[in-house]
Each structure stands twice: as structure tokens, then as C-alpha cells.
Ligand binder design. Structure first.
Ligand SMILES: C[S@@+](CC[C@H](N)C(=O)[O-])C[C@H]1O[C@@H](n2cnc3c(N)ncnc32)[C@H](O)[C@@H]1O
Length: 263
């Protein structure tokens, strides 16, 4: 159920945000990103294959014993879940997953990290981007990770490094293996303190072109607070709040400014 707070935040967001034509956005970089990448109608056969796999997962009633290390699901309780329930509640919808694909392509991201694999759908989108040369995805639950591996196999993705374990244990070691991070998708453990810790760890490997994407920045009060602190970080320049996703840029040539854009 949508909470009153979330609904009121969304109405406030709609009132203060820019539309898809980018009117009122004076940064040429952000204007181009919003009009050509965020709001793009370009489709791809890549999307068809991944979405066909999502459909199979949505019908899959295999039971899974799930360990949840994160903030916990607002919809799913207990540890016994079905694959299809995870597919409904844990995965980013196609619209947002395809946006991640377009963003990583636009930024020509080579070194990509994802925190929160689940069944591997967003990982598949990231793996199919044109410049990706290294992709690591982190998942805490071994049974869920096994399902993601099956998805990668079905879609013939060979270059994905899926690391199983609690983020606080796996992230520092995984980061040692990256010379730099071009694209990071933070999509697990939607709590303030851990999110800020993961962010601080990843900051050490950012470059001028890096893009960090945070999921669900308005959904829980803890994530709202984390988002405020991320925006305020002195290393961060432009940020784009798309309500469900938050985009963070470090380009020194950009002024520090927050944009709210409807998506
Ligand atoms: C929202 S799902 C990821 C969905 C996926 N990115 C997609 O849209 O296709 C988040 C995943 O992160 C994992 N997770 C959450 N907190 C974690 C933690 N502290 N350590 C390891 N894994 C964690 C959960 O097990 C869950 O599978």
C-alpha cells in the first residue's frame, strides 16, 4: 500500500519537477541527458530477450529460502518465497531497467558495479551495454544468486562476476579489483547508514565521468535522508532526482545543482 507520506512527496515532486522537454534546465549536459537519454523512445532487441526472461520468472513458482540482508521487503515477509514473488516485488520495472541501460551506454561506462543482483534482470541490462568491459554484481542470498546465474546462462552472458555475501564483507574486496568505477547501481539495503557507507567506499574509485545511481530515494525516510547527504557531499556536482531513481555526477565542469525531472 502506498503511504500518505510517499503520496504527498510524489505530489510535491510533480509540482516542482521539470518535464521531458527539459524546459528550465540551463545545464547543456543535463538538458541533453534528460531530452535524449532519460526520455528516449529507442528500443532494442536486447530488451526483448531480457523481458522474455522476466516473463518466465514471473510465472516461476519454485520455492526459495531467502535470506534478506537489507531493509526487508515492504511486500514479502518470512524467508520462504516463490521466484515469481521476487520477480514482482524485487526487480526494477522494465522502464527503469532500460533507463539504466541507456545511461550506461550514454556515459560509455566500462567499469560497472551493481549492489543488489536479486534475479539478475538489471544486471542483464548492464551487461548488454556497449562499452562494458568489467561488470561485478553483489548479492547476499546464495539461493537468489543461483537463480541469477541461471538467467545469465540462459541469456549467454559470460562476463558477469556475481559475488555472493553481505555487501559490507564483499564490497571492499571487490573494489580492490576495480581501477576505477564508471557506473554504480546501488539497489540493495535501503537504509541510511549502510547506503552512505557503500557510497563512501565507492567514492574512492570514482572518476570525472562516473555516474552513481541510487534506487528508491524517496520510498523510505532513511533513503530520503541518505539522498540528502549524498547530494551535499562536496565531491558531488549535479544530481538528478527522477523520484524512483537518483543520478549522481562528479563532473568538475558542472555546477553543483539538483534537478528534479519527471520520468
Ligand atoms: C531490490 S533487489 C535487486 C534487484 C535487481 N537490481 C533488479 O532490479 O533486477 C536487492 C537485492 O539486494 C540484496 N541485498 C540487500 N541487502 C544486502 C546486503 N546488505 N548484502 C548483500 N545483499 C543484499 C537482496 O538479497 C536483494 O536480492
Amino acid at each position: 500500500m502506498i503511504s500518505y507520506r510517499l503520496l504527498s512527496d510524489y505530489i510535491n515532486f510533480l509540482y516542482h519537477s521539470r518535464g521531458k522537454k527539459g524546459f528550465g534546465i540551463h545545464s547543456p549536459f543535463v538538458f541533453q541527458l534528460v531530452t535524449q537519454v532519460v526520455h528516449s523512445s529507442v528500443s532494442s532487441t536486447i530488451f526483448t530477450d531480457i523481458e522474455a526472461q522476466r516473463k518466465l520468472l514471473l510465472k516461476d513458482s519454485t520455492p526459495l529460502d531467502v535470506q534478506d540482508y537489507g531493509a526487508g521487503s515492504q511486500h514479502l515477509k518470512g524467508t520462504n518465497r516463490k521466484v515469481r514473488e521476487l520477480a514482482v516485488h524485487s526487480l526494477k520495472p522494465a522502464k527503469q531497467a532500460q533507463l539504466l541501460f541507456r545511461l550506461a551506454n550514454h556515459m560509455k561506462s566500462q567499469n560497472i558495479l551493481e549492489l543488489g543482483t536479486s534475479l539478475g534482470i538489471t544486471t542483464c541490462y548492464l551487461a548488454k551495454t556497449g562499452h562494458c568491459s568489467k561488470l561485478v554484481t553483489l548479492e547476499g542470498c546464495p539461493n537468489v544468486a543461483k537463480m541469477a546465474q541461471q538467467t545469465f546462462k540462459k541469456l549467454k552472458l559470460t562476463g558477469v562476476d556475481l559475488v555472493v555475501g553481505e555487501f559490507s564483507q564483499t564490497l571492499p574486496k571487490v573494489l580492490d579489483g576495480f581501477s576505477t568505477l564508471d557506473f554504480v547501481f546501488f539497489d540493495g539495503n535501503h537504509r541510511e547508514k549502510p547506503t552512505l557507507e557503500y557510497f563512501e567506499h565507492c567514492l574512492k574509485k570514482k572518476n570525472n565521468q562516473s555516474l552513481f545511481v541510487f534506487d528508491d530515494i524517496h520510498h523510505l525516510p532513511e533513503m530520503k535522508e541518505a539522498w540528502e547527504q549524498i547530494k551535499a557531499n562536496p565531491e558531488v556536482t549535479a544530481t538528478i532526482d527522477l523520484f524512483h531513481l537518483g543520478l549522481v555526477f562528479f563532473k568538475k565542469e558542472l555546477a553543483k545543482q539538483d534537478f528534479r525531472v519527471r520520468f
